[in-house]
Design a protein around this ligand. Structure first.
Ligand SMILES: Cc1cc2nc3c(=O)[nH]c(=O)nc-3n(C[C@H](O)[C@H](O)[C@H](O)COP(=O)(O)OP(=O)(O)OC[C@H]3O[C@@H](n4cnc5c(N)ncnc54)[C@H](O)[C@@H]3O)c2cc1C
Length: 372
């Protein structure tokens, strides 16, 4: 465990480990084949603990934990390797964090109570056209095609980013799923098991009071939300790395038909040590970034670096662990087979690795920004 955790974080760590042992593991085993029941059971168990409200704002009864607190908790949950870990932390405000007045009442409050499902429509369809917003009386008309909106088929409302036509920047609209001019396409599934949909916007009217922030401020607002998610993904990835390493260790120490455990082979040891070094580097990066964020620093670059490095490292780690564990790790239902599918999407979702690398380079060469 990274050194110098404060008493509060130590307490959260103990609490999270206890929750994994007492609830997450037994519930996951009991409801293995029934995701809906498992989700309900995990949410119900988590609700009676302090973990559930950690991501929720104080103004709404949550404890609004710091970045390091959440890093510790997310990592400790992911060490379990259990998919149900994603339901332990209650719904956070997400893109509605800055909502106030009517938007807060109508969307944010029911979201935090678990009564409303949102989805984030950011990525334009590969073939285009890019989503645009045109000024009209009392609001905006949106046209475009959004792809890969996670949870889109089940969402009650969407946060939509659209470039302002003949103007500066983008706007961030909050739109009900049943709005005229909005068509939710068919639900599709990616290899990690998550569900998504496309959105077609055709003359979709958005009133001025359904915008988050001022017109033109949509992109920085969206990037803040995406930046927070990247840090969460990096912490989760670090926990999964530990899970995989522990799994691999047990396998390498077990008897092998060659007469000696694989852990006795020097070639295997070299591979194993490399994985541990990379996992250590990834964790160091994530904890440093979390501390900087809690100190009020701008961590956009550190967040990008952590997301790219942790998800790429995790992908390599799972891949190598499968190679060292052999064919049994590729049997459907094996934990590493499931993780292989789960972690592959992380290198694309919330920013493809190469595009994030380009952002970093642009920060240095064109903008003269960035600490790393
Ligand atoms: C599981 C999952 C969940 C997702 N959830 C959401 C969601 O909820 N909301 C949402 O809005 N989006 C979501 N996305 C979409 C995701 O953000 C995009 O897939 C991602 O940003 C990459 O965009 P793209 O798929 O259009 O690929 P492209 O942008 O076409 O990029 C494909 C590849 O081309 C290369 N490339 C592209 N542009 C450049 C360039 N300028 N220079 C050099 N190389 C380049 C890179 O190698 C890149 O990986 C999700 C995706 C996944 C896989």
């Amino acid at each position: 465990m990274p050194e110098q955790l404060q008493a509060r974080q130590q307490q959260l760590l103990t609490h999270t480990r206890d929750f994994v042992r007492d609830h997450l593991e037994p519930l996951s085993a009991r409801h293995e084949d029934d995701a809906a029941t498992l989700r309900q059971a995990v949410v119900s168990a988590a609700r009676s603990t302090e973990l559930f409200a950690l991501t929720q704002p104080r103004a709404y009864g949550g404890s609004e934990a710091g970045v390091l607190d959440l890093t510790v908790v997310r990592e400790a949950l992911a060490v379990s390797g259990l998919p149900a870990r994603r339901w332990v932390l209650g719904p956070g405000p997400g893109f509605l964090a800055a909502a106030s007045g009517v938007l807060a009442e109508r969307y944010l409050e029911p979201l935090l109570r678990g009564e409303l499902r949102t989805a984030f429509a950011f990525t334009d369809a590969r073939e285009g056209p890019g989503t645009v917003a045109r000024r009209t009386d009392g609001g905006w008309l949106l046209d475009g095609l959004k792809s890969y909106v996670t949870g889109g088929a089940d969402a009650d409302c969407f946060g939509i980013i659209a470039r302002i036509k003949d103007g500066e920047g983008s706007l961030f609209a909050v739109v009900d799923a049943d709005s005229p001019g909005l068509t939710v396409g068919e639900r599709f599934r990616s290899i990690d098991g998550s569900h998504h949909a496309t959105l077609t916007l055709h003359g979709l009217f958005v009133a001025d009071d359904a915008l988050l922030g001022a017109p033109g401020s949509g992109m920085p607002r969206a990037m803040k939300q995406i930046g927070d998610t990247r840090l969460a993904m990096a912490a989760d990835a670090c926990g999964l790395m530990q899970y995989v390493l522990e799994h691999l260790e047990q396998h390498l120490l077990a008897p092998h038909r060659s007469g000696a455990p694989l852990a006795d082979r020097e070639g295997v040891r070299l591979r194993y040590a490399e994985l541990r070094i990379n996992a250590f580097a990834a964790r160091s990066m994530v904890y440093r970034t979390a501390r900087l964020a809690d100190a009020g620093e701008n961590v956009v670059n550190e967040g990008i670096a952590s997301k790219v490095f942790c998800t790429e490292t995790l992908g390599h780690l799972v891949d190598t662990a499968i190679q060292l564990e052999g064919g049994q790790a590729l049997v459907a239902g094996h934990p590493l087979e499931r993780l292989y599918r789960e972690v592959r999407v992380l290198r694309l979702a919330e920013g493809a690795s190469d595009l994030l690398r380009l952002n970093l380079a642009r920060g240095r060469f064109e903008l003269g920004k960035g600490r790393i």
